[in-house]
Design a protein around this ligand. Structure first.
Ligand code: 13P
Length: 252
């Protein structure tokens, strides 16, 4: 049985005092269950403070992106070494907003996935189709390509530890959620792809999240699906109450 992983992706929101207040509330109330992991994916300037504040609690802190190099002349970038040194545990890679606005490609996502493992960080790799691609029946082929390229060259042990977040782009921030059956169908397809490139055993271990307008009102139905092991949540992760309800749903 796989654990559920609920990750709140704050994107470019909050200031430090708000971020600190949020984690103070969440760390004291988060359910103490082994069945669920709670992760907050925060902007870079908050990471050091949030890691310190969540120390000893169940809440883990993730970055929303990183460079794949360890150091060097890359003005404005943040390296995996810096994240690890702070105590960050996870990193979101290949979010559709980074693919769309910041020239992220399957190739850079693959380099970053390797770099994450080299430095002891767990990657949360995002994949997903546009509305046009869904309407053209290209979802499975597209997502399959993204998954295969992201995982290329990883060891089986690393694949098993990778978290994949299936986030259909048309469902992000739009209030439109994929039906739980449709979301599950794509997540199950991803697991099959992973099985093809590794083995059933590895595929069964992999955590696959759904993301796209997840909120307390629809999370139970999504998490009840056979191949959805958690959620990557934007808007509904910005309020402590709502984030806590989502984490609570992972304990059921
Ligand atoms: P929303 O939950 O706001 O739709 O965002 C989803 C997302 O992009 C999480 O990474």
């Amino acid at each position: 049985m796989r654990n559920k992983v609920i990750a709140g992706n704050w994107k470019m929101n909050k200031v430090l005092s708000e971020a600190n207040g949020f984690v103070d509330e969440v760390t004291s109330k988060v359910p103490n269950s082994d069945q669920v992991e709670a992760i907050i994916c925060a902007p870079f300037p908050f990471l050091a403070s949030l890691v310190e504040k969540t120390n000893g609690s169940k809440v883990k802190i993730a970055a929303q992106n990183m460079h794949y190099e360890e150091s060097g002349a890359f003005t404005g970038e943040v390296s995996p070494v810096m994240l690890k040194d702070l105590g960050v545990t996870h990193v979101v890679l290949g979010h559709s907003e980074r693919r769309e606005y910041f020239a992220e490609t399957d190739e850079t996502v693959n380099k970053k996935t390797h770099a994450a493992f080299q430095h002891g960080l767990t990657p949360i790799v995002c994949v997903g189709e546009t509305l046009e691609q869904r309407e053209a029946n290209e979802t499975k082929t597209l997502v399959e390509g993204q998954v295969k390229k992201a995982l290329d060259g990883l060891s089986e042990e690393q694949v098993a530890k990778t978290i994949i977040a299936y986030e259909p782009i048309w469902a992000i921030g739009t209030g439109k959620t994929a039906s739980s059956e449709d979301a599950n169908e794509v997540c199950a397809h991803i697991r099959n792809v992973v099985k093809e490139v590794t083995s059933q055993e590895i595929a069964e271990k992999m955590v696959i999240q759904y993301g796209g307008s997840v909120k307390p009102a629809n999370v139970d139905e999504l998490l009840a699906q056979s191949d959805i092991d958690g959620a990557l949540v934007g808007g509904a992760s910005l309020e402590a109450d709502s984030f806590l309800q989502l984490v609570e749903a992972g304990t059921k």
